[in-house]
Design a protein around this ligand. Structure first.
Ligand SMILES: *[C@@H]1O[C@H](CO)[C@@H](O)[C@H](O)[C@H]1NC(C)=O
Ligand SMILES: *[C@@H]1O[C@H](CO)[C@@H](O)[C@H](O)[C@H]1NC(C)=O
Ligand SMILES: *[C@@H]1O[C@H](CO)[C@@H](O)[C@H](O)[C@H]1NC(C)=O
Ligand SMILES: *[C@@H]1O[C@H](CO)[C@@H](O)[C@H](O)[C@H]1NC(C)=O
Ligand SMILES: *[C@@H]1O[C@H](CO)[C@@H](O)[C@H](O)[C@H]1NC(C)=O
Ligand SMILES: *[C@@H]1O[C@H](CO)[C@@H](O)[C@H](O)[C@H]1NC(C)=O
Ligand SMILES: *[C@@H]1O[C@H](CO)[C@@H](O)[C@H](O)[C@H]1NC(C)=O
Length: 463
């Protein structure tokens, strides 16, 4: 008797409600690394992080196969390059769905087809105007195949806003409001989909670390608060502030009830010497706080929309060594490429802060580096490629490479690696202020160790 009575109660207590499923963050499974585990192993790792959903940047058949018969909800992506073609031709949309969705559905729980990635941040404005037409065609194909349950969206970056501070002044980017964003909002509303947004407090903080408190960007409790003078709403963290700027912008455009879906958020666990705040410590704090916010019923929502559930994907599963740009780009992972955790994290939100047992390494770069920095050849860099980068660097600026010409003070040792190191340092010292980087397709790396010797002096950078 007692046992029979207990069973329904037990089920009630332990079957997650819809809200729980929606709130549990997923993870972005980026694949821009040449050392990443294969799909079946990655799926095991995604499960070990207790991610409720996964987003991929294509429709890789091996990954979709590996996700079959799991409980993980999946978001696939139509590549940017074919948007214009799809916008013009329904057959292409049908073909895309036939080859990338139908072979895996429903065993693979595909729930979202995202059309393109941050299209409005790309220079090609032809694609901008084909975005919504392509989304309509993809949606039409899904309906044709009776897959109405799969939502269609497109993730945009925060540069879709013209104004964001104070949040109540939030406004969509004027130049694309009527041509792209309003049609997109109309589509999202009509199809009961979401407005997908990539939102990083990290980049906002980096752009103004003097006025924005780090703890406010990391969602630490009780750091500071900001009251919007127009709305009167009070913010205790930068993520809420940024999301409300977007909500205000959507309201101003006539779509106040649009549902948001955080397509990416995260914090880098490492980066270059000249970058600040990118550390294992800060990444762990941010991502744990984000998980807590999205899964704790008392913290969810934003001051403007306190009751809405914010579904999300954390960026990213792995540190990806083939991403280009500054070092932070290659350090957003929850996991190293060998599959081990960079720090403890539980995306289900069921592990409290005190249950994480391993001490985090103290951050050392919350403030700009104070010494000199040089830019040298990466150890083991491909000699042929290095030669090309050397000529490029020497071709820029005035006298960039004079000291490494025969007879110059830095000519010896006469090796490509040495000459490239000089050229990279010299180039970077001249051009960093105007946007030059120490990257050279991964052939260059920053160092705090002065490579100069004897009368050969390498140019350096100070922040
Ligand atoms: C649309 O694409 C299909 C498949 O590639 C092609 O056969 C067809 O000619 C295209 N139609 C138009 C109007 O371009
Ligand atoms: C696209 O960009 C080009 C070059 O910047 C510009 O001349 C053109 O007006 C733009 N077209 C639209 C539709 O925005
Ligand atoms: C669509 O817009 C109407 C009018 O603003 C609103 O009442 C409705 O809730 C919206 N639906 C969705 C799914 O956003
Ligand atoms: C933050 O402030 C609230 C209310 O003022 C308090 O209950 C809470 O313990 C504080 N948290 C921390 C971590 O100081
Ligand atoms: C995985 O990689 C990290 C970073 O390179 C390293 O510190 C760690 O020891 C590796 N773990 C294993 C089990 O190989
Ligand atoms: C080295 O770089 C050159 C030119 O970029 C390329 O053609 C070659 O395949 C590379 N070699 C190796 C071993 O990666
Ligand atoms: C190079 O030097 C010339 C003359 O001193 C100057 O006009 C020019 O702007 C310099 N170029 C760069 C890239 O610094």
């Amino acid at each position: 008797m007692g046992l029979i009575f207990l069973i329904p109660l037990f089920c009630f207590l332990f079957s997650p409600s819809h809200a729980d499923i929606a709130a549990k963050p997923g993870v972005n499974y980026g694949q821009l690394g040449n050392n990443l585990p294969p799909p079946h192993k990655s799926v095991e790792l995604i499960k070990s992080l207790k991610a409720g959903r996964v987003k991929i940047y294509d429709a890789n058949p091996r990954i979709l196969q590996a996700l079959k018969n799991t409980d993980i909800q999946v978001s696939v992506m139509v590549p940017n390059e074919i948007i214009t073609a799809i916008a013009a031709n329904q057959t292409l949309a049908d073909d895309w769905i036939s080859s990338n969705v139908l072979p895996f559905y429903p065993q693979t729980k595909i729930r979202y087809v995202l059309v393109g990635n941050e299209i409005l941040s790309q220079p090609d404005n032809v694609t901008w105007h084909n975005l919504v037409p392509a989304m309509r065609r993809i949606r039409k194909s899904l309906i044709l195949n009776k897959l109405k349950k799969i939502k269609v969206g497109t993730p945009l970056a925060m540069d879709c806003l013209e104004a964001s501070f104070p949040p109540s002044s939030g406004m969509l980017k004027k130049s694309v409001t009527d041509s792209v964003l309003k049609p997109l909002l109309q589509f999202v509303n009509r199809t009961k989909s979401f407005f997908f947004i990539d939102v990083y407090t990290y980049f906002a903080w980096v752009s103004d670390p003097v006025n924005i408190k780090l703890g406010y960007a990391l969602l630490q409790p009780n750091v500071t608060s900001y009251t919007d003078p127009v709305s009167g709403l009070t913010y205790t963290n930068l993520l809420d502030q940024m999301l409300d700027a977007l909500y205000f912008a959507l309201k101003r455009a006539g779509y106040p009830d649009t549902r948001l879906f955080i397509a990416e958020t995260g914090w880098p666990n490492g980066g270059d010497v000249d970058q600040i705040g990118a550390s294992v410590y800060n990444a762990a704090i941010y991502n744990r706080n984000v998980v807590k916010k999205f899964t704790d019923k008392s913290l969810k929502g934003t001051p403007l929309k306190p009751d809405v559930v914010l579904p999300s994907f954390i960026f990213a599963l792995y540190n990806e060594n083939q991403k280009t740009g500054p070092g932070t780009e290659r350090h957003f992972g929850l996991l190293y490429p060998n599959g081990t955790n960079i720090y403890e994290i539980d995306l289900s939100g069921k592990t409290s802060e005190s249950e994480f047992t391993k001490a985090l390494p103290a951050p050392t770069n919350n403030e700009p580096y104070k010494g000199r920095i040089w830019c040298v050849s990466e150890r083991g860099a491909n000699g042929t490629a290095l030669g090309g980068a050397l000529s490029y660097a020497c071709g820029q600026g005035n006298g960039t490479c004079d000291p490494i010409r025969p007879g110059g003070k830095c000519f010896k040792p006469d090796s490509v690696t040495w000459h490239a190191s000089y050229a990279f340092s010299s180039y970077w010292a001249q051009f960093r202020k105007s946007g030059g980087t120490c990257y050279f397709n991964g052939l260059a790396v920053q160092t705090t160790k002065n490579p100069s010797f004897g009368s050969c002096k390498f140019p350096s950078v100070t922040l």
